[in-house]
Design a protein around this ligand. Structure first.
Ligand SMILES: Nc1ncnc2c1ncn2[C@@H]1O[C@H](COP(=O)(O)OP(=O)(O)OP(=O)(O)O)[C@@H](O)[C@H]1O
Ligand SMILES: [Mg+2]
Length: 271
């Protein structure tokens, strides 16, 4: 009996005693970060974009050697920094007047964001009167924002994985009547919120018409976190710029990008 008691006491003492050090030390192995290509599984349905077609429309997202890429990467860095400071994840692109390069800037900015190691982008064509994102990218005809707005398909089936991993497009294939009413609707409000909330890494870039031409911009901006104003160098009058400032006064203007600047205005000749 005494021997059993002794054995129990010994076992208890051993259980409370500090563990003997193992004969080997577990090793920590530092793995290098995985390259972006490995982390982003290339989507099965990635639509290939034609580099020559893109080049003709001044889209430089696939053209690594193009010096304009640097300008857009610089713009992207500034945009992302400001958006992060405020926790913003949706950005609209507009301008005081037509043909300032909004769509070219929207597409290149969205592609540059997709190249960022920790971000993805979704470009939405909300220029419902003169949609041109699908044409500039050379996207095949398929489900688009038109069918989503008509309630014919769900938004997931209208989003296209385009050209590079992390770059998605919700294009508009043909013009929509009653654009301002559509943009001011609850449906569009829910749509934008849903697109933003689908992924915390996603930045939603929204291509819009000019501020001064129609009231579409004012209709949709309350649903968007911030707005980037593109001014085509020499293409907007002082009056249009003043009017734009007045219209945008109550929204978060993230900044102004000067497009089509002469070479003397910037190193790259673009900004
Ligand atoms: N930096 C630039 N230098 C020269 N041409 C440019 C530049 N940026 C855009 N363009 C050209 O200007 C034209 C208008 O560009 P874009 O369609 O992007 O303008 P927009 O402001 O979106 O026009 P809209 O008001 O019709 O929507 C296009 O032919 C485009 O290739
Ligand atoms: Mg446009």
């Amino acid at each position: 009996m005494e021997r059993i008691k002794l054995a129990i006491e010994r076992a208890r003492a051993q259980a409370g005693a500090p563990q003997a050090a193992p004969a080997w030390e577990p090793r920590t192995i530092d793995l290098p970060p995985l390259p972006r290509e490995t982390m982003d599984a290339v989507p099965m349905d990635l639509v290939r974009l034609d580099p020559f077609h893109l080049q003709q429309h001044r889209i430089v997202g696939l053209d690594q050697g193009n010096p304009l890429r640097q300008s857009f990467d610089l713009l992207r860095t500034q945009v992302l920094q400001r958006m992060q400071e405020h926790g913003w994840r949706t950005i609209a692109v507009t301008s005081p007047s037509m043909a300032s390069g909004k769509t070219v800037v929207s597409i290149n900015l969205a592609m540059s964001i997709a190249h960022h190691p920790s971000k993805t982008s979704l470009l939405v064509d909300f220029d419902l009167r003169r949609p041109s994102v699908a044409t500039y990218l050379g996207l095949p005809v398929g489900n688009s924002l038109n069918e989503v707005l008509a309630g014919e398909v769900d938004v997931g089936s209208a989003i296209v994985n385009a050209g590079i991993p992390g770059f998605q497009v919700l294009a508009t294939q043909h013009r929509v009547t009653g654009a301002a009413d559509v943009l001011a609707s609850d449906g569009v409000s829910h749509l934008i919120k849903g697109l933003r909330d689908a992924s915390p890494d996603r930045i939603v870039v929204i291509d819009l018409p000019p501020v001064t031409a129609v009231d579409d911009v004012i209709a949709v901006l309350p649903r968007v976190d911030c707005v980037l104003v593109v001014i085509g160098s020499g293409s907007s009058t002082t009056r249009e710029i003043e009017e734009t400032k007045r219209h945008l006064a109550r929204f978060n203007v993230l900044g102004v990008a000067v497009n089509m600047a002469p070479l003397t205005m910037a190193n790259s000749g673009y900004y």
